[in-house]
Design a protein around this ligand. Structure first.
Ligand SMILES: *Cc1c(COP(=O)(O)O)cnc(C)c1O
Length: 378
């Protein structure tokens, strides 16, 4: 027998009440019942996005929402600035280039956050930049960027600020309106505790002007269609009915906790994992800007990082994430986003210690778990 535990940065574990909500018979989406649900969810999404602007729901994974942002804001030949400090920053570049957008790249060393001053400098040097694309939590490196600071840089500029909060939303604070973030994209399978399949995008009035002016080809992801539908509590195409019903449950759960408590919980989980890693003599990959959504830890020299992750998963049922691209085998990532509690973390750490021990890594058994417990006892 093997019991499974999921500690990955998407998908994340589902609360039982969310699974149960999805087990109900399907209803039709063009009905007053479903419109009520969509209305409720639309209001509560604004709450979690911390905006008064519309939040559109797409039947797509997070990347669909990213593509939606690019094509609705920009046209072929426009210039964008992309913060590229990991795999998901790179994705902004790839999507934009696929649509003929000229991309100015800020190459940030993996494991570091972008400097807002660098963004200011690049905007000044290249006034034709129409949009700045960045990432709240760069999931591939476990780094949180300082979106508040970046937004201040853009405050008096003509460019709009677009933030990939796919893993950050509902884990790390993002005061969309207060800070002046124009567009926020997210997805369902991370902090929102849902299965994959929904994408979200909020759009400020400043960004909406670009939506109306964009010459990019678009059909399914055309936000003008989405807006027309949302104004009538509808979606342009068949709604992701089951996932939206699940989203209603997730948002209810989150409202019972309150945003501040949710962020504090994520910080505590992150603090515990970081303390455990250090107590085991391991090194954090991003010590200066470590995310509260996911922690990346360096694989100690001489150890096979891919084997570590694979053994934890295939022998013991604890799934964490390895490194991607240039970090393959060099880091492992423990996610602490969404429906994760203290004892999930403790279980994950016990398994980590067990496999590290079996692989011949030298440390005091229990040191990581003890350090995590001490954080939880505070
Ligand atoms: C997971 C993730 C994505 C990709 O989302 P998909 O749902 O896999 O398309 C993009 N950006 C970030 C920061 C992510 O964590």
């Amino acid at each position: 027998m093997k019991k499974e535990y999921l500690l990955t940065p998407g998908p994340t574990p589902l609360p039982p009440q969310i699974s149960l909500a999805m087990a109900q018979p399907i209803i039709h989406h063009r009905t007053p019942q479903f419109q009520e649900i969509l209305k409720e969810v639309s209001v509560n999404l604004k709450w979690v996005f911390q905006t008064v602007n519309d939040v559109f729901i797409l039947s797509a994974s997070g990347t669909g929402a990213m593509e939606c942002a690019v094509i609705n804001l920009l046209s072929r030949g426009d210039t964008a600035l992309v913060v590229q400090g990991g795999k998901f920053g790179e994705r902004w570049t790839e999507i934009a280039r696929a649509y003929g957008i000229i991309v100015e790249v800020i190459d940030v060393e993996w494991g570091k956050a972008v400097s807002a001053e660098e963004i200011a400098k690049r905007l000044k040097a290249c006034p034709q930049i129409k949009a700045v694309f960045t990432t709240l939590c760069e999931t591939s490196t476990g780094v949180d960027n300082d979106i508040n600071k970046i937004a201040q840089v853009l405050k008096n500029s003509a460019a709009v600020l677009v933030v990939d909060a796919i893993s950050g939303l509902g884990a790390v604070d993002l005061k969309t309106d207060l800070w002046g973030v124009d567009v926020v994209v997210s997805g369902s399978q991370k902090g929102l505790m849902l299965p994959p399949g929904l994408g979200f995008i909020s759009v400020s009035p400043k960004a909406w002007k670009l939506v109306e002016a964009s010459q990019s080809p678009r059909y399914y992801l055309d936000l003008r269609k989405a807006k027309k539908a949302l104004d009538k509590s509808d979606t342009a195409f068949t709604s992701g009915i089951t996932l939206i019903i699940a989203l209603r449950e997730a948002l209810k759960m989150m409202q019972l906790d309150g945003l501040e408590n949710i962020f504090a919980r994520h910080k505590k989980m992150a603090d515990a994992v970081r303390a455990a890693a250090l107590a085991l003599g391991l090194e954090l990959f991003a010590p200066s800007a470590a995310s509260n959504a996911v922690t990346a830890v360096k694989v100690p020299a001489g150890l096979d990082g891919e084997k570590l992750v694979k053994t934890m998963r295939d022998v013991y049922g604890v799934t964490i994430a390895g490194g991607q691209d240039e970090l393959k085998g060099k880091v492992f990532r423990i996610a602490h986003m969404g429906f994760i509690a203290e004892f999930d973390i403790i279980t994950g750490l016990v398994c980590l210690e067990k496999v590290l021990y079996q692989m011949g890594y030298k440390f005091t058994i229990g040191a990581g778990v003890k350090a995590a417990e001490e954080v939880f006892l505070k």
